[in-house]
Each structure stands twice: as structure tokens, then as C-alpha cells.
Ligand binder design. Sequence first.
Ligand code: SF4
Ligand code: SF4
Ligand SMILES: [Zn+2]
Length: 155
Amino acid sequence: MKNSAKISKELIAPCGMNCAVCSAYMAFKYNLKNKGVKMPYCTGCRLRDKQCAFLKKRCDLLLNKKVKYCYECKDFPCTKLQHIDERYRTLYRMSMIENLQYIKKKGIKEFLTSEEEKWKCPKCGGIICCHNGICFKCGLEKLKKKKKLYRWKDD
Ligand code: SF4
Ligand code: SF4
Ligand SMILES: [Zn+2]
């Protein structure tokens, strides 16, 4: 059994997204542009000090860093968060709201361990991307052939 790759707590965004499994972070980490795959780069929500456009632009609390995680907000889970959560549950096999509830209940350390297990590549121990199910470390050829980069299935 391969050891799973470690995920830093800095990669867990206020909205509950795990940037480590996001295609934009993974594209940046593995420098995909130099490997013939065009996908936007992002260094992660907290690290680049900007949240994803989808929530930040629409939330003053996140914009002004009034909350560390959305569960600290009195409106949690607000409709904006519910909306994106629904999309991620349907298409990307994860839920920001569940992630946040987990962190609130069990703490960030335990959450990171469970995420490392959940997204572990069975072949190389790397990380599977939530947007398409591919490990960017050992699945580069798969990624190059992928028709829909933001779906698990091509059909
Ligand atoms: S695009 Fe959003 S989810 Fe992806 S790495 Fe950047 S901040 Fe994180
Ligand atoms: S739960 Fe609160 S902090 Fe998070 S996006 Fe919604 S309004 Fe903003
Ligand atoms: Zn792999």
C-alpha cells in the first residue's frame, strides 16, 4: 500500500473546498502547461490570498476575512454556499458543507487525514482530482486524451 500524499491545512478554503483536489491547483502544482495540457492555474485560496470568484465576490465576510471557515458565519450554510455545494455534490463527488461540518466537529487534522485517504490515487499514492477523477501525477496520458476535462466521464 502506498502512503497517501499529505495535504496542508492552508489548502482548505474558508468555503470548505479542498484546493489540493482542485484541477486549477493541481495544474499549477504539476506544471501542466509545460506538459501539453491547458488548464488554468491557481495556487490555492488561502495561499494566493483570494478566494474563488464564486463566493468571494458575493460575500463580504469572506472578502474581508471575517470568518476563517464559513461555519463561523451566522448564515451558514447560506444560499450561495448551498448552490455551489449542490453542483459539487452532483458533479464532483464532494460537498463543501459536509467538509465544513466535519472540520467543525472533528477538527482540521482529522479532516485532512480523511481527505488524504478519500482522494488517494490507488496506483501511485498521489491525489485524484475532484473535477475529473484523474491523478495528475501518474495519469498525464489519460488527461491528455480526456474530452471533458471537468467531468469524471467523457460521455
Ligand atoms: S480555483 Fe478555487 S478551489 Fe481551485 S485552487 Fe483556486 S481557490 Fe482553490
Ligand atoms: S456561509 Fe457566510 S461566510 Fe460563507 S459564503 Fe455564506 S455568507 Fe459568506
Ligand atoms: Zn497516481
